[in-house]
Write a protein that binds this ligand. Structure first.
Ligand code: BYC
Length: 471
């Protein structure tokens, strides 16, 4: 097992001290990263002590330690999961050949692009969320936000390590560029659509961590199958941290829904607004928005890029092992396409549908979360339910991009869609109402009225714990 060097300036389990050139390059990047973190990281809380977990090992047991840390002092490190002895490529045209530890020349550009695209999302999400600390509904939630943020920072380190270690000068330039782009900036935007959207309130944040971080999970799972072993090992360890981010989203929405149900029942007219809670239809609109934005992150339904990533052994399917056939040749995939304004079924070669195969697994996982929220509503005796919209609704990438599908997946006339838009997506007045509830709660043990307390605190501590020291 590679040993973990925690005392180094950059904690790592990749023997950085044995590679002087690489170490120097990363040590040059580090101050630029910290400058970016100070400029674009959580606004107003850089000097506060936060109860954070820090990755210190890659053991299945005890890989992290918890302590109070000021965020700029967080020990951002480089950790790869342990190698699998004699690992073989598990899919595509090179099935059964040894996995690579160096980048094959012919795949250099493609791999770099995949790593840069993945890497770009990490700082982007920190930028999107940088002002949320100002309106946190409790110290527990404030701490979870910062936990997510520092770990997205570590995921950037993970990708930057690969760029520096395996892509020479191009890789160093890309690592620099990752600190230059800015979420939502029209002159130097982040690469993927959802990462340029504003996250202005905690409803957006919980939906983002539920739906967009879950896209992260599936993309990382697909990259964890990669024949390029350092990428597979890096992403495998990132998934350990990612689980918490989705927990924050899934339980965050669940706590909102639970509180909405309580407040609805409390009001003599069943009006949650009079009680200062979030109406379910407003929650549903935010769900529609973030689900659709996150579906776009899987790329086009029919993608020759995805087919060649698969053929070349660069990006596999989620849990490739559970398939019997790892070549995916000669099999069709049925999907809905739009022809002359009509929705029809068509068969396409499976390899070109790899983005859609991954999206299917993702949708199933999202549905499980929605079912859990609906159980809360049912338990509270409410008849309303939340629903995932159709995969065709409000898409900007792929076959259904910019076509006027309603949440049921029916194609409407453009004018009808526009007229009904505010029934399905957050409108200015919905945003204004949500914003009006975003008052910070900074006393340990207290929580905003629109949100239920979590079932338990962090790592055995009670909810009342002072998770962020604000004095
Ligand atoms: N926005 O062949 P197509 C995460 C581009 S999230 C803008 O359909 P492909 C996280 C595409 O680049 C996970 N552009 O797509 C979550 C291509 O451009 P070129 C991030 C888009 O290549 C929360 C063209 O359209 N992981 O980790 O099959 C917090 C045609 O595309 C978009 C990854 O992204 C879009 N949504 O697949 C923090 C994994 N979609 O080449 C973190 C690595 C497509 O024609 N990336 N385009 O100029 C990939 O696997 C692939 O690049 C994609 C796109 C799945 C994203």
């Amino acid at each position: 097992m590679s040993s973990v060097d925690l005392s180094a300036r950059i904690p790592n389990n990749v023997d950085l001290s044995q590679d002087n050139r690489l170490l120097r390059a990363l040590e040059q990047w580090q101050p630029n990263y910290l400058a970016w973190w100070r400029e674009m990281g959580p606004d107003g809380f850089q000097e506060k002590e936060v109860w954070l977990r820090t990755a210190v090992s890659v053991d299945a047991e005890g890989w992290a330690q918890f302590d109070y840390v000021k965020m700029p002092d967080y020990r951002w490190g480089i950790f790869l999961a342990e190698p699998t002895a004699e690992r073989k490529i598990g899919f595509g045209d090179l099935l059964g050949q040894p996995a690579w530890n160096v980048v094959p020349g012919e795949h250099r550009n493609t791999l770099r692009r995949l790593i840069v695209t993945q890497g770009d999302t990490e700082p982007a999400s920190v930028e999107q969320q940088r002002r949320l600390g100002q309106s946190a509904p409790s110290l527990y939630d404030l701490r979870n936000l910062f936990q997510v943020n520092v770990e997205e920072g570590r995921h950037l380190w993970a990708m930057v390590y690969l760029l520096h270690r395996h892509f020479g000068r191009d890789g160093r330039e890309e690592a620099e560029a990752l600190l230059q782009r800015r979420s939502g900036n029209p002159d130097k935007p982040r690469i993927l659509g959802a990462f340029n959207q504003p996250i202005d309130n905690w409803l957006d944040f919980f939906m983002f961590t539920m739906f967009t971080d879950r896209d992260g999970k599936y993309q990382l799972l697909a990259l964890a199958e990669s024949g390029f072993d350092p990428l597979a090992r890096t992403t495998r360890f990132m998934l350990t941290e990612e689980a918490h981010h989705m927990f924050v989203g899934e339980t965050g929405v669940e706590r909102m829904v639970q509180r909405t149900a309580e407040l609805t029942k409390l009001d003599p007219n069943g009006d949650v607004r009079t009680q200062g809670g979030l109406p379910l239809d407003v929650i549903q609109k935010h769900l529609n928005l973030w689900f659709a934005l996150s579906l776009d992150l899987f790329g086009g339904e029919i993608s020759s890029n995805a087919a060649s990533f698969f053929a070349a052994g660069l990006k596999g399917r989620y849990n490739e092992e559970r398939y019997e056939d790892h070549l995916a040749l000669g099999q069709p995939y049925r999907m809905t396409v739009v022809q002359e304004g009509r929705v029809v079924e068509e068969e396409v070669p499976l390899r070109t549908a790899m983005n859609e195969v991954l999206r299917d697994a993702y949708v199933e996982d999202c549905q499980r979360g929605v079912d859990r929220w609906n159980k809360r509503l049912a338990d509270a005796g409410l008849s309303e339910r939340l629903r995932l919209p159709s995969k065709r609704f409000y898409r900007h990438i792929g076959l259904y991009a910019d076509l006027p599908f309603d949440p049921e997946g029916r194609l409407l006339a453009k004018a009808d869609w526009e007229r009904r838009r505010s029934e399905w997506l957050p409108a200015a007045e919905d945003r204004a109402y949500v914003d009006s509830l975003q008052k910070p709660v900074r006393e340990a043990g207290k929580i905003a009225n629109w949100l239920a307390r979590p079932a338990r605190g962090v790592k055995g501590l009670p909810f009342e714990h002072e998770y962020v020291r604000l004095d």
